[in-house]
Design a binder for this molecule. Sequence first.
Ligand SMILES: Cc1ncc(COP(=O)(O)O)c(C=O)c1O
Length: 401
Amino acid sequence: MSTSDDQGVRPATKLVQGGRRPEWTGDPRLGGGVVNPPVWRASTVLYDSIADMKARGHATHDKLYYGRRGTPTVWALADALTEMEPGAEGTLLYPSGVAAISAGLLALLAPGDHLLMVDSAYEPTRLFCNGMLKRYGVTTTYYDPLVGGSIAELIRPETKLIFLESPGSLTFEVQDIPAIATIARERGVLTMLDNTWATPLLFPALAHGIDVAMMSLTKYVGGHSDAMMGSLTATRTVWPRLRQAAYQLGQAVSPDDCALMLRGLRTLEVRMRRHGENALAVARWLAARPEVGRVLFPALAEDAGHAIWSRDFSGASGLFGFTLKGADDAARARFIDALQHFGIGFSWGGYESLVVPSDPGTIRTATAWTDADALVRLSIGLEDPADLIADIERGFGAMAE
Ligand SMILES: Cc1ncc(COP(=O)(O)O)c(C=O)c1O
């Protein structure tokens, strides 16, 4: 565990240095260390004596005890993520982003509680609320992502948590996170944010008043589309509850996957910069095309969320959407099938570009999605944007045929 501080070390430096504690990267008996924390695979941990076993049973999470409680490879990743969030007490790791969301909600809610969930949330987040949480007696109200300070009117005496996702990963509305977080704190309600789009590099969530910052590390932190993991990074007040629940639920991650995540994390700053630049180039080009209805990307000056986004975020990642003017399902499929530089596949945040059709109208309940044009989501990778643009132009040609 390391409490995040701000001793003048900037985020890009933290990404390089985070979690590389000497006791995890070296052994004094060998006279030196290595750059990366080695992969410590373990189920069984061995003790010197029964007294030693008893002592370590009461230790905090960064003492070897049993494989499920982690090894230095796991702690190094958790530590590095904690250091990226000023104001954080610690980070817990889960086998996927969805596992992090559901474990966080289970840890912070109890029967009879009320949850405010943003209507633009990732669909499996909603499924958990409508399924398991409901079964356990937690009521969910979905709210308009643009509610801002009016969230106050939705808070009930039994409201315990407000869940945010900004920008929404299908429809890209930008929430007024500071306004919501301020009201939540005043009313004694916790906040949890799905911060996968921005990562703490572009939006340090806890510094903006959020209590629990969630990420699917599967996306930008991993960055190479070959591993899955999720994280919750939390304030001092909330973190012990999350840790206790993670232990009780038996949540554990593989040290090999942690090593992949740590490798991704080291280059996050350069990749994010390029993802953002490439996405902006493609989005600007799309915005000027007659085939396009609208582009949903807060980094564009004309986007409805641009003012709040530029106030709160220090940059953009590479995920955004756009509508195909007058296109139906079949035309959208012709467009997508013709693309050669975009893989058709779920997930996002990897170095390679991806495309998926999306249909938010069938998912939302608090706010209607009224755009009749077919929606497409792009995850812009690290290719040359000129090639991506040429590819999309080819797609438009195929769509018209
Ligand atoms: C916004 C968002 N949150 C969470 C998740 C879940 O992450 P994972 O796929 O690692 O379970 C996803 C996955 O697509 C996502 O898009």
